[in-house]
Ligand binder design. Sequence first.
Ligand SMILES: [Mn+2]
Length: 265
Amino acid sequence: MTIHLLGLPTDVNSSFLRGAAKAPAYIREALWSDHGNLASELGLELQQEIDLIDEGDLELKDSAADVDLIAQRITDIAQAGGIPLCLGGDHAVTYPIIKGLAAHHGPVTILHFDAHPDLYDDFEGNPLSHASPFARIMEAGLATRLVQVGIRTLNRHCREQAERFGVEIIEMSTFAIDKIPVFSAPFYVSLDLDVLDPAYMPGVSHPEPGGLSVREILACLQCQQAPILGADIVEFNPDAAVGPLSAVTAAKFVKELAALATRNQ
Ligand SMILES: [Mn+2]
């Protein structure tokens, strides 16, 4: 089983700051940097037990055509028996990723880490906004189950959308590790790095204080035993980063998600 690292360098659907399109290059640099080694906490190492190939960045058009470009590449990876591990880019990429995965696997279970529910019907007139991917996913029937963790920005519209779509939300205000479901079926992980407290992850476009620690997210992941269908790590904005910490944090999640996908296959 091969993990396909794929960069999706786009931020045209960001509603506030641009910059997330620059993230894949910084994450790769931190991942392969001599600052650390390639061992994961699960005992599996990149370039040893973890079979990961870097497909580079997908050439995107920064238009609505990107939906099908991304979806097709993801379907191709899944059909070949691979696991896509995508580097955003902003969170808009998750809708086409899931569209592509569902074309092969059928509707999926999603474990979604975020400060924001990203359930807007549209945001300022853009239905492909990075604030809307999970509305597109749910209305298209691409997910059987959506579990959101770390949410701390719910407004009335998004609460209504969550209710409409049957989204399970573990809000930050009442977060506890033992509230995280342990899935029995294969699942997808969408990791918006702004779920982290800005103290751990300053380099995001929409920092939201009062978030999760790196350790808490790893605990939510490491308790999972079911196979992983794919994952994304999105919303790192190098322009907002202070020093190397944000890129290193994103790169750590590449390593740990690749290790989890390998262990759980
Ligand atoms: Mn977010």
